[in-house]
Design a protein around this ligand. Structure first.
Ligand code: PLP
Ligand code: COI
Length: 341
């Protein structure tokens, strides 16, 4: 299969339309068969529930070309499960988890020409999503839904690639009200847009959100979870019911323990103790592992010993092992890699 003529090494994290996307519709209490389409546009009634009450949930995953030339995706069953949980929380029908995985495979396969080559630094981002599509005006869920999967080739999420970033502790809350922070719903992200733009205007790459009840505990950023490394090389990651259960974080915990023999603590992390960590990174599908060099907490600066030029040594080992598994250089745990072809 001939690849598209794209300068893979220079693309950022943006939308580049590909040839095919997947669409399935829910009506009269059931999902239709679903199919691939070439039409990137969606036409909806002006009163569709998604426009009025933001009834929409999504997922994020990637397709990779491995060292030996296969196309694979990473733990799609966990994205299927999380989308189902997000849907249930927003009173949406669940798109069956086995059909989700099949549809992801079908969509990646159809867009094979857009899966960046091995070693290019780019990947194919896969965005499954679902929204309430029929008109509602009273505050209630829709009766009809559309599930879609779009794909787009992407480069690094943060400008500067693997260089450490600077984040700030923000006074804004990330999650929308009513405790929805642990699901991937459009409304949570809408509620973070102001904080993100405000951070950018002030020269920061991202926000560190704190727990809204006590404002003493570290939660996550707008698009990734935190991992920290202590001076004696223990990996620490915040435990909270209001952060997104990151598939990357869950995978890194396993990698740290079983591949690197490191101690891992998943526990509440207080802002006060962050200054004592040796390394800090953001982890997620889009972020992979992005090292954090500096955290600005109002008038205080926390500078990690790894500095603003390099990833810290343990963060680097985690990064190398995780991406090694994803790109087929390192043997994966059973069930982590779904081969597309
Ligand atoms: N936290 C937020 C708010 C996110 O948007 C993401 C991205 O999906 C993550 C964490 C990381 O989750 P995952 O590793 O499953 O991509
Ligand atoms: C992902 O990593 O898939 C996300 O949803 C994060 C988003 C900021 C792109």
């Amino acid at each position: 299969m001939e690849k598209k003529n794209i300068d893979w090494g220079s693309i950022g994290f943006g939308y580049i339309p590909t040839d095919y996307r997947y669409v399935a519709n829910f009506k009269d209490g059931k999902w239709d068969e679903g199919q691939l389409t070439t039409d990137p546009n969606v036409t909806l009634n002006e009163c569709a529930c998604v426009f009025q009450y933001a009834q929409t949930v999504f997922e994020g995953m990637k397709a990779y070309t491995t060292e030996d030339g296969h196309i694979v995706t990473f733990r799609p069953d966990l994205n299927a499960e999380r989308l189902a949980n997000s849907a249930r929380r927003l009173e949406m029908p669940v798109f069956p988890e086995d059909r989700f995985v099949e549809a992801v495979v079908q969509t990646i396969k159809a867009n094979e020409a857009y899966v960046p080559p091995y070693g290019s630094g780019a990947t194919l981002y896969v965005r499954p999503y679902m929204f309430g599509s029929n008109p509602v005006i009273g505050v209630k869920p829709a009766d009809e839904y559309q599930f879609r999967i779009l794909t787009t080739p992407v480069g690094p999420y943060f400008k500067g690639g693997a260089k450490p970033i600077t984040i700030r502790v923000t006074d804004f809350d990330r999650a929308a009200p009513h405790g929805t922070g642990h699901i991937k719903a459009g409304l949570n992200y809408a509620m973070s847009l102001h904080a993100i733009m405000d951070a950018h205007r002030q020269g920061y790459d991202e926000n560190m959100y704190l727990d809204s009840a006590t404002r003493t505990k570290v939660e996550e950023t707008g698009g990734a979870n935190f991992i920290f490394v202590t001076k004696d090389n223990t990996v620490v990651t915040p435990k909270s019911n209001s952060i997104l259960p990151s598939i990357t974080r869950r995978s890194l915990i396993y990698v740290a323990e079983h591949y690197l023999g490191l101690k891992v603590e998943e526990r509440e992390v207080y802002l006060d103790e962050v200054k004592d960590f040796a390394e800090c990174g953001l982890c997620g599908t889009a972020a992979v592992i992005s090292p954090v060099g500096k955290i600005v907490d109002h008038d205080k600066e926390i500078c990690f010993p790894s500095g603003m030029e390099e990833m810290g040594p343990t963060t680097k080992k985690l990064y190398e092992t995780l991406t090694g598994i994803q790109m087929g250089r390192i043997e994966a745990p059973e069930g982590w890699i779904k081969v597309i072809e």
